[in-house]
Design a protein around this ligand. Structure first.
Ligand code: SIN
Ligand code: MN
Length: 258
């Protein structure tokens, strides 16, 4: 995979961080041209090998897609850790505020805070809604993903784990239950592909969709931190990672002001 940084260099070189090109720029750029742009942007000695950096496509301002961010070994290891997590913090079915209608995804959380939804509303809390126990700690690879993809942000406080069966989906929504919006939302996908839909910061803005595959990461930050997004559908049979099929998505967030 290739990796290009064009955006943040004017603020000073990142030591190791996501380098981003718009998809148009990326497709048009040869390896040599990329190297030259890098040298131009951050100077000799600060321009690491592209293979050492997460590669990103900037789908729209602030919407970054990191295809193949986790390799297959990392995906399998993370899956094992997630299975351990939901032995201690069992998957539950969230419900819509007021109506109590069940979501089609099941979820759990890890980290100090967890996002829950029930008849009383959406909120973060420190305990599992059924067992009342604290959420399990973050897996180290998840923290490493945050350090790389949310470069410079305060540490994450919540990791929502969404488990999608073949017919599960998620309607368009904003992630806005946090007190802090300066850090991006970072997500990791495992298992079957999702048709992910992203729009603007109002419900009626135009949307586009792209596929999130097993091992892909994504971040919504800056102008896209409050962008409407959702999952149209899961494409069955597109990954062999989960023997039972379906998809798992981890969403990492900073919740409180640092
Ligand atoms: C979410 O927005 O909570 C999940 C998005 C996804 O499953 O990719
Ligand atoms: Mn969301």
């Amino acid at each position: 995979m290739l990796c290009i940084f064009l955006g943040e260099a004017t603020q000073g070189p990142p030591s190791r961080g996501p380098w981003v090109a718009s998809s148009q720029e990326f497709l048009a750029m040869t390896e040599e041209a990329c190297r030259l742009r890098c040298l131009e942007a951050v100077g000799a000695g600060s321009c690491p090998e592209r293979s050492a950096l997460p590669f990103a496509l900037e789908i729209a301002p602030g919407v970054r897609h990191f295809p193949e961010y986790l390799d297959r070994g990392e995906q399998a290891a993370l899956l094992e850790q997630l299975r351990e997590i939901w032995r201690g913090a069992p998957l539950f079915t969230p419900r819509m505020p007021r109506t109590g209608k069940p979501f089609s995804v099941r979820m759990t959380n890890c980290g100090p805070l967890g996002w829950v939804s029930d008849i009383d509303g959406y909120r973060y809390q420190a305990n599992h809604p059924e067992t009342r126990r604290p959420w399990p700690p973050f897996p180290p690879r998840v923290l490493a993903a945050w350090a790389e993809l949310a470069l410079g942000s305060p540490p994450p406080e919540a990791c929502l784990v969404n488990v999608y069966g073949g017919s599960a989906r998620m309607g368009l929504h904003q992630d806005r239950d946090e007190d802090e919006f300066s850090a991006p939302v970072v997500s990791l996908s495992l298992g079957d592909e999702a048709v992910f839909r992203i729009g603007g910061t109002t419900r009626d803005s135009p949307t586009r969709s792209f596929r999130l595959r097993s091992g892909d990461a994504m971040s919504l930050g800056g102008p896209a931190r409050l962008a409407f997004h959702g999952v149209d559908r899961i494409v069955a049979g597109t990954s062999t990672l989960l023997p039972e099929g379906g998809r798992i998505n981890l969403t990492l967030r900073r919740v409180t002001k640092p």
